[in-house]
Design a binder for this molecule. Structure first.
Ligand code: SF4
Length: 378
């Protein structure tokens, strides 16, 4: 059985080794739960960012990309409601629906002015073998180690170049562009995808950011261009254009399908408009290769039999840490066993998520059957 390390676990390892040790599947694999110690424990508030990403997965669902907007767009709002209802099971309905609907409403007016791509896959998982210095990385018990992650959207542009698109809901100010450039998880995803679909080169990452905080001043509805304007000013990449040989994933695996570089291509292109920001970051092939090497080195460290595990306290990471209580007990020299037994449980294996778009069971290309949309609460 291969040992699987997820992108979230790698990030946790970089933050604090003890946090990673509590939660990682290859370590104690614990998650907080309702129990005798915390009978009032309830699931946290609905994850707004997750719900918006679920709705955007419907907006960019490849099988519906060329459908008439009158049919396609109402499904986006339905998915938002469904995603929030899924998260709020047994809880009071939050205010996320109205806020999310308003945000999506403005987004789908703005997005056609900047979407210079066609979607190929949404919400797709990948899992690849990790390479160490001397071949595949293995645990102390000789099991191979695999790296798993998920991409929000794989898109192809008018030059047949492939981009990994990340949707993000931003609270407050835009993060510095340098943070996007240094996004290790995104670089690792570029490397991993090239291993997952051999022969398919990734040109870079597109950050699609939606700001949650209202922009100062009266809310403006973005200008929505007419189709004729879009045809003149934006090279919209349609699903059925022959340049990429159709838009279903098998065609994208052809070894001879190569991107045609545009005449002028900047390393970073960024456009901001009233609460939305779109950033195209080209990644050099050597940077992607180096990210794969760094991932291998991190994972070799994680599976070292003599790995030292220690707390790395910080004002930023400790307050929201789900293992704060047992960690404090250990730091004060107390026994944390009783806390762990009563307030935590073994994380169950990942199963298929009902109603989730993407994954590997869906055909995604043109002509793919659209998902079955149930009514919220249905
Ligand atoms: S509380 Fe802080 S030091 Fe302890 S595990 Fe969590 S992040 Fe690490």
């Amino acid at each position: 059985m291969p040992a699987v390390v997820t992108a979230a676990e790698r990030a946790s390892f970089a933050r604090c080794r003890r946090q990673w040790d509590f939660g990682a599947r290859v370590r104690q694999n614990l998650e907080p739960c309702q129990g005798p110690r915390n009978p009032e424990a309830r699931p946290g508030p609905a994850d707004f960012d997750r719900a918006i990403r679920d709705a955007l997965a419907v907006y960019y669902f490849p099988g519906m990309w060329d459908w008439d907007d009158a049919v396609r767009l109402p499904l986006v709002g339905q998915e938002l409601n469904r995603a929030l209802a899924r998260q709020e099971q047994g809880q009071e309905q939050g205010a996320g629906r109205a806020e999310g609907q308003a945000l999506l409403d403005r987004y789908i007016h703005w997005a056609p002015t900047v979407d210079r791509f066609a979607p190929v896959l949404v919400e797709t998982d990948f899992e690849v073998t990790v390479l160490g210095q001397d071949g595949a990385a293995v645990t102390a018990g000789g099991e191979p180690v695999r790296y798993a992650g998920r991409i929000d959207l794989m898109a192809v542009d008018a030059h047949d170049a492939y981009w990994i698109v990340r949707h993000r809901v931003v609270e407050g100010d835009w993060p510095p562009t340098e943070d996007l450039v240094a996004d290790e998880e995104a670089l690792a995803a570029c490397w991993a995808w090239e291993q997952f679909y051999l022969g398919m080169g990734i040109t870079g990452t597109v950050y699609n950011e939606l700001r949650r905080a209202p922009a100062p001043g009266p809310a403006r509805r973005p200008w929505r261009p007419r189709r004729a304007w879009l045809r003149r000013h934006l090279p919209r990449v349609r699903q059925h254009e022959p340049s990429g040989g159709g838009r279903s994933i098998p065609q994208h695996r052809r070894m001879y399908a190569r991107a045609r570089e545009p005449a002028r291509a900047g390393a970073i292109e960024q456009r901001t408009y009233d609460g939305f920001r779109r950033t195209w970051l080209r990644r050099a092939p050597e940077d992607i290769t180096a990210a794969g090497r760094r991932l291998g080195a991190d994972i070799a460290e994680m599976v070292r039999p003599d790995l030292a595990v220690y707390p790395e306290p910080s004002d930023r990471h400790c307050p929201p840490c789900p293992y704060l209580e047992p960690c404090l007990a250990l730091r004060e020299g107390r026994d944390a066993e009783a806390i762990l037994r009563s307030g935590y449980r073994q994380r169950p294996p990942d199963g298929p998520e009902e109603g989730r778009l993407g994954g590997r069971s869906w055909a995604m290309g043109r002509g793919a059957a659209p998902p079955k949309f149930r009514r919220p609460g249905g």
